[in-house]
Every structure is written in structure tokens, then in C-alpha cells.
Design a protein around this ligand. Structure first.
Ligand SMILES: NC(=O)c1ccc[n+]([C@@H]2O[C@H](COP(=O)([O-])OP(=O)(O)OC[C@H]3O[C@@H](n4cnc5c(N)ncnc54)[C@H](OP(=O)(O)O)[C@@H]3O)[C@@H](O)[C@H]2O)c1
Length: 319
């Protein structure tokens, strides 16, 4: 019998600190009829990755140990399941993976074809891996839940990170007036991607800076529910606050006649296809702060533990 094919991957062997993550040889994943196998070009880091690894969100994200982390991927399809009609071997693709399955911190990953879209051509394939979480989260928050329209005013609280920088660009593309909170060090980058107004969260209170009513607030900041709820009166009647971190108070929202949504990003190959088109049209680009190699992922997790990771970090896998 031929030896089973092996690949390099990072696996988390126990919840706890980053010393429980190892770069090792593991069995290649096998695909189901509705799946594709992707040779990974790159993946990217998300703050949730290290919370899952520490075991602090075990109840919401129960993993079978050992597991391969990372939910974002760009790469090339090497195999397709019998039932997959819309993708081909050899195509460059990107995807947001199921967070409870083995992830893309590996040379190969298997995923449902419905989560996958053909990658944009305007940017290099590895860089595309910095987009699925941020672009899908921003798309769903601004457009599916927030119903953002041209000419509306939107506050993006936490504009400088992996999600925020894509939210700013998508909101500008829609024709909105975009106000963001960030630290001063992020201001030049945010101006470059077209933000209209900036609030330094270290120096100013959002409530004190916003004078005209907002149509939408997209909160991805680490502020607690009390602070986020304080922003509800900044919305016009019928306006919406969408949060992907702390939820706002529903009772206060009802009194003010505004809407609150607390959402989790969902996979969608269809929405990624729209996003790829916007990248190719020059509307949208990932903002990558740093690149590291796959074998250095444990070190990146260690830095996340001590709070020194800033901005979107790309993890390159292919050569
Ligand atoms: N529910 C979901 O579906 C979902 C999906 C994706 C992400 N998330 C969560 O959303 C959050 C943001 O994700 P991300 O990938 O964008 O993180 P990230 O890349 O680490 O960026 C976080 C940004 O927050 C900014 N920040 C720090 N303190 C702030 C404050 N008090 N007010 C405003 N901004 C502040 C920082 O800006 P400066 O660099 O300028 O200091 C940093 O750039 C994380 O908590 C993540 O887990 C949730």
C-alpha cells in the first residue's frame, strides 16, 4: 500500500499558550463530493484565532484537538469533489473556511465549494488571503444588516484593523460619508483609503465629536456594551447599529426607535465573487501590516498574547 500523502501544518495540541502549537507533518485532508482541495498560497491572522487557541471561547467554538487553525485562505484548486460544478482544478481561489473544521495553516486545506470564489487578478494571490474575513464581515454589516445607501453617514468604530480598513473602502464605494475611530498612528493610512473624518479614540469621545445624526454605526472596537449603547442616541430614528464585538442595549434602542444587530460573519462564495470584482476594478484592496511564514505562526500567537500585533498579518505558505 502506498504511504499516505503528508503535508506541513501548524496544529494546536492543547488549549493554552502558544507553546502548544507545533509545525509538523500531518496527513493530507481528503475531500467530500461537495468540497475542493486547495493548495494554500497564504492565510491570515484574526484576533479570534488566538482566543480559540487559548480555550477562552471553547463553548462557542468547540474544536476537536489537535486542530489546524486559520479561517482565511487563498490558493490553487488541486482537486474537486464529484458534485462540484462551478470550479476547476488549477483555478486561483479564495475563501472563508468553516471555523470548526481544520483550517488553512497548512500546505493544503479542504473546504465546501460554496464558500469559494475565483480570486481577483489585480493583486498577488497570497495577498488575497488577507480579505475574506474583513470583506465578508464588512459587506454583511454595511449592506445586509445596515442597508447602507449612497449619501448616508456611517461611523466605523475601529476603522484601522483587518475588518475596518475594508469596511471604510466598501462604504466609500457605496457613496457614504465615512467617519472612523482609530489611534493617531493609523490616520495617514485611513486617509489614503479615503476616510472622510477621523476620531482619535485615545483623545476624544465619539459622543462629543459627532454633531449631525448618523444613519449607521458599525462597531468593531473593543469598547464595552455601556459605551457602545451610549452611541445609540447619535443615530437618526430608524437608524441601525451593527456590532461584531460588544452588543448594544436593545432596551435603549427601542426607546430611541433605532435598530441594533449583533452579528457573526457567514461564509459566502457569492459575496466573495462580488468582492473579487471590486478588487479587479481597483475599488478595494487589502491593507497588510506585516507578512510572516507559516512556521512562525506560534511566534505571532505569542505576540498576540502580549498585545503587540497591529493591523492585518498575512501568513505565507507557498514559496
Ligand atoms: N463577529 C464577527 O463575525 C467578527 C468578524 C471579524 C472580526 N470580529 C472581531 O472584530 C474585532 C476587529 O477585528 P479586526 O480583524 O479588524 O481586528 P484588528 O485587525 O486587530 O484591528 C483592531 C483595530 O482596533 C483598533 N482599536 C483598538 N482599540 C480601539 C478603540 N478603543 N476604539 C476604536 N478602535 C480601536 C486598533 O486601531 P489602531 O491600530 O489605530 O489602534 C486596531 O487596528 C475583533 O475583536 C474581532 O475578533 C468579529
Amino acid at each position: 500500500m502506498p504511504a499516505p500523502e503528508m503535508m506541513h501544518a501548524i496544529r494546536v495540541h492543547a488549549y493554552g499558550n502558544s507553546e502548544k502549537m507545533h509545525y509538523e507533518n500531518v496527513l493530507m485532508p481528503k475531500i467530500e463530493a461537495d468540497e475542493v482541495l486547495i493548495k494554500v498560497s497564504a492565510t491570515a491572522f484574526n484576533p479570534l484565532d488566538h482566543l480559540i487557541r487559548m480555550g477562552v471561547v471553547q463553548e462557542t467554538f468547540p474544536h476537536k484537538l489537535p486542530y489546524i487553525p486559520n479561517v482565511e485562505v487563498s490558493g490553487t484548486i488541486t482537486e474537486i469533489g464529484k458534485g462540484v460544478k462551478n470550479l476547476k482544478v488549477g483555478e486561483s481561489v479564495f475563501a472563508l473556511l468553516n471555523i470548526l473544521s481544520n483550517g488553512a495553516a497548512a500546505e493544503y486545506v479542504a473546504t465546501k465549494a460554496e464558500y469559494v470564489a475565483v480570486a481577483p487578478k489585480k493583486i498577488k494571490l497570497p495577498e488575497v488571503a488577507a480579505m475574506p474575513v474583513g470583506a465578508l464581515t464588512a459587506w454583511q454589516a454595511l449592506f445586509d444588516h445596515g442597508q447602507l445607501e449612497s449619501g448616508q453617514r456611517v461611523l466605523i468604530a475601529g476603522a484601522a484593523g483587518g475588518v475596518g480598513t475594508l469596511a471604510v473602502q466598501l462604504a466609500k464605494w457605496k457613496g457614504a460619508h465615512v467617519i472612523g475611530t482609530a489611534s493617531e498612528a493609523s490616520f495617514p493610512m485611513l486617509k489614503e483609503i479615503g476616510i472622510d473624518e477621523l476620531i482619535d479614540y485615545n483623545q476624544e469621545m465619539v459622543e462629543e465629536r459627532i454633531e449631525d445624526k448618523l444613519d449607521l454605526i458599525f462597531n468593531l472596537s473593543p469598547e464595552g456594551s455601556n459605551e457602545v449603547s451610549n452611541w445609540l442616541h447619535l443615530l437618526r430614528e430608524g437608524g441601525t447599529l451593527v456590532s461584531i464585538t460588544s452588543p448594544a442595549d436593545g432596551k435603549v434602542a427601542k426607546e430611541l426607535n433605532v435598530n441594533v444587530v449583533h452579528m457573526n460573519v457567514q461564509q459566502s462564495g457569492e459575496q466573495l465573487a462580488h468582492i473579487a470584482k471590486l478588487v479587479d476594478e481597483g475599488v478595494l484592496k487589502p491593507v497588510i501590516a506585516e507578512k510572516v511564514k507559516l512556521k512562525d505562526l506560534p511566534e505571532l500567537h505569542h505576540r498576540a498574547e502580549v498585545g503587540t500585533v497591529r493591523g492585518k498579518v498575512l501568513i505565507t505558505v507557498g514559496e
